[in-house]
Design a protein around this ligand. Structure first.
Ligand code: BTN
Length: 320
């Protein structure tokens, strides 16, 4: 960690507390001028660090910018987190870095996405500073058919992280939507690259988008989208803590994919079992009752004409 990151971490950990330039210089064995330069760079990067003659440097209590150091306080395993202000899509960024050799668990996170996308090329609204838009590079050793479980593991991880931070019980709408009180607060998009010759998996990128803070959705979106926190509920460093918890829980389940550890949790949180749903497969639409979810995460449904089918998430989507 460089001086800038060290200072940021210290100030972030003691929001509202003031440090004199001399104090920080002593702590890091550098000159006061070096401290001044580092703080200046942080201010230019958008952090609201106040600097006054008598009190010294203070990190404003309401600061909530995502930073690598800020997030890493809540992640116990080694990973690299690239934080961007604005990108088109963090999945695209992560795929580019995977192509140029990024390691497993390298992440890209952005304050805002201009072309955030979901399954079936649907738009994922990603407004600045109010959500989490993160993509994680994975280099799985398992079979191609198991790649589906990356999404399901991530879904369970997000639910558990929300529960930990917000104390709210989240449900999963098969296969990749997380709901709170019937409204979507998170979507997950996993994309994979296969080797043409061997058919083996080269890498996968799992993209997670969470609506964290209250925000103004379009009237259309407001009918289906919600946020993790309501006005006045947001904990300090809420987004960094949520990212940390998501990464921790996701890693736990991802490493246990061969044992299907996530499955019981996933099924328990399913909000579609026993419900009537609309099933979309290309242009074909039908109504069905959801009977069960099998161990491959196929959804067993009975259509109104009595036909029973196991639906694969790669081929169909559903609406409750
Ligand atoms: C969906 O709702 O179908 C999935 C939405 C996934 C959105 C996330 S945000 C981070 C990553 N970057 C993207 O462009 N998409 C995913």
């Amino acid at each position: 960690m460089g001086l800038k990151e060290e200072i940021l971490k210290e100030l972030e950990n003691s929001r509202g507390k003031s440090y004199s330039g001399a104090e920080l210089a002593r702590m890091y064995g550098v000159s006061r001028a070096a401290v001044w330069k580092a703080v200046k760079a942080l201010q230019q990067a958008g952090f609201s660090i106040s600097a006054t003659t008598h009190r010294g440097y203070t990190f404003a209590a309401e600061n909530d910018l995502l930073t690598e150091a800020g997030i890493k306080q809540y992640v116990a395993f080694p990973c690299r987190i690239r934080v961007e202000k604005t990108v088109a899509s963090t999945n695209d960024e992560a795929k580019k870095s995977a192509e140029s050799g990024a390691r497993e668990w390298d992440c890209v996170i952005a304050e805002e996405q201009t072309s955030g996308r979901g399954r079936y090329e649907r738009k994922f609204v990603s407004s600045e500073g109010v959500g989490i838009y993160i993509s994680i590079v994975l280099r799985p050793k398992f079979t191609a058919s198991e790649t589906l479980f990356i999404t399901t593991c991530a879904a369970v991880a997000v639910c558990e992280a929300i529960e930990k931070l917000a104390g709210k019980s989240a449900g999963i709408k098969w296969v990749n939507d997380i709901l709170l009180n019937g409204k979507k607060v998170c979507g997950i998009l996993t994309e994979a690259s296969f080797d043409v010759e061997s058919g083996g998996l080269r890498y996968a990128v799992v993209g997670i988008g969470v609506n964290v803070l209250p925000q103004v959705f379009s009237p259309e979106l407001a009918k289906i989208a919600g946020t993790v926190f309501e006005e006045g509920e947001y904990p300090q460093e809420g987004r960094a803590k949520l990212v940390g918890a998501i990464l921790e829980r996701f890693r736990y389940y991802y490493e246990r994919i061969p044992q299907r550890t996530f499955f019981a949790e996933y099924k328990k949180r399913s909000v579609v079992i026993g419900k009537r749903v609309k099933v979309y497969s290309g242009n074909v639409e039908g109504e069905a009752e959801v009977l069960d979810l099998d161990e491959n995460c196929f959804l067993k449904v009975r259509f109104d004409d009595g036909t029973v089918k196991a639906l694969s998430s790669g081929e169909v989507s559903i609406k409750i």
